[in-house]
Design a protein around this ligand. Sequence first.
Ligand SMILES: NC(=O)c1ccc[n+]([C@@H]2O[C@H](COP(=O)([O-])OP(=O)(O)OC[C@H]3O[C@@H](n4cnc5c(N)ncnc54)[C@H](OP(=O)(O)O)[C@@H]3O)[C@@H](O)[C@H]2O)c1
Length: 278
Amino acid sequence: MVKKKQKKSAAKQKPVCLITGASAGIGAALAREFAAAGWDLALTARREEPMVALAKDLKEEFGATSYIIPADLAKVGACADILERLSKKTTHIDGLVNNAGYGLTGDFTENEWSAHKDFLTLMLEAPCEMTRLVLGGMVERGFGRIINVASLAGHIPGSRGHTLYGATKSFLIKFSQSLNLEMQEHGIKVSALCPGFTYSEFHDVNETRGAVDKLPDWMWMSAEEVAESGFIALSRNRAVHIPGAPNRIIAVLARLIPESWALKLMGRNSARFRKDKK
Ligand SMILES: NC(=O)c1ccc[n+]([C@@H]2O[C@H](COP(=O)([O-])OP(=O)(O)OC[C@H]3O[C@@H](n4cnc5c(N)ncnc54)[C@H](OP(=O)(O)O)[C@@H]3O)[C@@H](O)[C@H]2O)c1
């Protein structure tokens, strides 16, 4: 009886989607997709200003309410803290997009352990912890939508440099597949979104813009195209989605050619994606 009442009252409110890394790129574009589909948003990232501007746009364009929670997800305890602050603004979180991320350039030994640890906290621990913390409520209400933003890098062999990046993205893909299966009977859809090269701040932040700008146009998608494709895949409950035909072909080729060839190719090509020389 109590459960029925809870479901009814939640149904009257607009669903709320919590998006990490919402201050730029794919996260901001996904916020727009959810808002266009009638959702309210909870936006989190370290920079408040771009989220305030995004919230204003989403209000004007779609009538969406956005709750803004500035936070550093590489800090231990950040997920619980974000949800605690959010609980003062909304009683329910119906969607989650684990998107915040960056790339750490260089061979493994070029970075101190503290840099790798922060990277793993943001790229692995935060998505798992945030998902665990919001899933209880979604199961209770019998409704939920989750996107884990992984990467095409999770489908191809490891690269030279960016050592942990592909590994974290492979992890997110497997994590999403398992969750997708486990959540089917609870009305919760889970999808790993695996973009290839996407125009955003990503390559400026990791200082490889000079190298990646030499790549041909066909290898690139806009953040908006990635978000639109990812949102549709989520609505179809695709456990794993690679946006863009060229990226899907690359993923298939990586599976078909002998692993030793693929690794050699990666070794030769990935050495190019080093930090821009100052
Ligand atoms: N761009 C690509 O080519 C590409 C390809 C495949 C996958 N991806 C994945 O897509 C996701 C989004 O990347 P993007 O391309 O949109 O890059 P982006 O434009 O650089 O956006 C990254 C977002 O993550 C946030 N972020 C970074 N570190 C954070 C931290 N410590 N705490 C909280 N938020 C943090 C940033 O916000 P603040 O700086 O304000 O904190 C920003 O909102 C990432 O997971 C990335 O690995 C990107």
